[in-house]
Design a protein around this ligand. Sequence first.
Ligand code: NAD
Length: 425
Amino acid sequence: MVIDKINAANKEIESPNLLKSTQIIIDEALTKLGYPKEVFELLKEPIRMLTVRIPVRMDDDSIKVFTGYRAQHNDAIGPTKGGIRFHPEITQDEVKALSIWMSLKAGIVDLPYGGGKGGIVCDPRVMSIRELERLSRGYVRAISQIVGPTKDIPAPDVFTNSQIMSWMMDEYSRIREFDSPGFITGKPIVLGGSQGRESSTAKGVVICIEEAAKKRGITIQGAKIAIQGFGNAGSYLAKFLYDSGAKIVGISDAYGALYDENGLDIPYLLDKRDSFGVVTKHFKNTITNKELLVLPCDILVPAAISNQITKENANQIKAKIIVEAANGPTTLEANNILTQKGILLVPDVLASAGGVTVSYFEWVQNNLGYYWSEKEVSEKLHKVMTEAFENVYSTAIKQNVNMRLAGYMIGVRKIAEASRFRGWI
Ligand code: NAD
């Protein structure tokens, strides 16, 4: 029942069309770069979108048919790459928008990929482990024609994990009749996963927070930080920032938020959270997610779901810096309000690119058959993220635009150039 309520709320929140607002910024970026309209016509939608129906035998012996999607935005630069989301509310338009964001992220951190994304309409929280395995294998059989280590490389996303990646890799290897670790990333280390993959998104966000803080003269030690979401991204983030001496004054999950102006006891909260990133249920003195977003703090990190900062609350935000760990947490109107207020906003397409960067490292290691230490992965990630931050930041200043538009300009230019050299436009 509670899950139903959260899903209904999430649906309402996510309803402003993510695809449309992405297309508006892509159009703006291409116009600013001087590209003709046909470039927008090519890039506004994925070049390939597959919808599949997956019959799964459930534990009670009934057959349930699930709907799945795989979107490939643009493969001019190289194979497409992006996660697979299991969610009851996932829609075709959302998968399309997410695939476009993956293209932009890959462009910003300079990876030899285009963007891809997958989704299955299902609720893994009410499915057994065997049902999830059959669904995962069924999905791979259904999309196997268009994916592969040199075509389109999936990865985990919301409600999918390294176990699901393992089943998918095994199914693909069986279909192709050879071991294919490079088919999918986010695998366990023993199956060719990379050191540092699980915490890579949060590490990338921390690097962006550090760089943004330097620009605004804020020291991380003692800085007041509020984080929305305590899942994979949010919980690692809270840990890394707490370890660096920051005061994590607020955290939240789907059920509410916790606030302490003197800083929360993050190790204790990490110990209490469940595998779905829920912790506030153990406490009585909670505040709402809405209240968390407008708390007095130096840095705000949305790390949960989309469309959280809107024209309704943007004016009340007190943070000096916002770093988007989540995909699409800020609406177009809110982005403009925050820019006018002089808040430094580090956009999702840059801030959350640490995950795809280490996924790329995993794929490279699989292709080489030679594996790097956690230190090597961490150093390489640091170099990629700091260079990407500086590139987006300086482009924003040079072009007199906000960091989101600057990021889109960098990301979209690469795909447009590759498409042009191939003679597509
Ligand atoms: P997750 O499922 O592990 O955690 C999500 C967190 O958000 C949980 O704490 C959950 O309780 C909370 N939440 C759910 N609904 C909420 C609501 N209505 N209000 C407030 N909180 C709510 O997911 P994650 O992997 O941490 O991803 C979080 C965000 O970061 C997503 O937007 C995802 O697309 C993005 N992201 C994640 C990665 C990654 O590698 N994990 C990479 C890039 C982007």
